[in-house]
Ligand binder design. Structure first.
Ligand code: ZN
Length: 149
């Protein structure tokens, strides 16, 4: 948990997002050792662990660009907030739909363990939009959120 604070760009003063989910930080943004292979893999988000059913909130007001189930993130929601894209993965239930406008702090679903996940947690990722084919670059969510919250 404290190792997060040592990373650059984590000044709390810049962290203005609403609390995405209450819980403990199970894994931060950056390099980590894969539990199965022992190899180094880059983790593009922050994992907030709590019990299944814990409320998940929109970090910023914006438009839901994805709400469904696919890939490693399982059931997940993506919100575009004027170029800052927030991604909420491994959810149990979703309470928003694609193209829906949501307000900061609104409930968007509940925590789960869908997709590639070993226990109930929220994988929170933040991308800064760019018109490149990748759609943007991942940044440390602690630049936008005061975590844990
Ligand atoms: Zn994660």
């Amino acid at each position: 948990m404290s190792s997060l604070l040592a990373l650059p760009g984590t000044e709390a003063s810049a962290a203005t997002g609403a609390c995405p989910a209450k819980g403990r930080i199970a894994s931060g943004y950056g390099w980590r050792t894969h539990p199965a292979t022992g190899g180094k893999v880059f983790h593009y988000g922050v994992d907030i662990a709590n019990t299944t059913g814990t409320r998940i909130n929109a970090g910023f007001s914006g438009t839901v660009t994805y709400a469904g189930e696919s890939g490693n993130l399982g059931r997940h929601v993506i919100i575009n907030s004027s170029g800052v894209i927030t991604i909420y993965g491994h959810m149990n239930s979703l309470s928003v739909k694609k193209n829906q406008k949501v307000r900061k702090g609104r409930k968007i679903g509940t925590m789960g363990s869908t997709g590639m996940s070993s226990g109930p947690h929220l994988h929170l990722a933040v991308k800064e939009f760019s018109p490149s084919p990748s759609g943007g670059d991942y940044v440390n969510p602690t630049s936008y959120f005061k975590l844990p919250c």
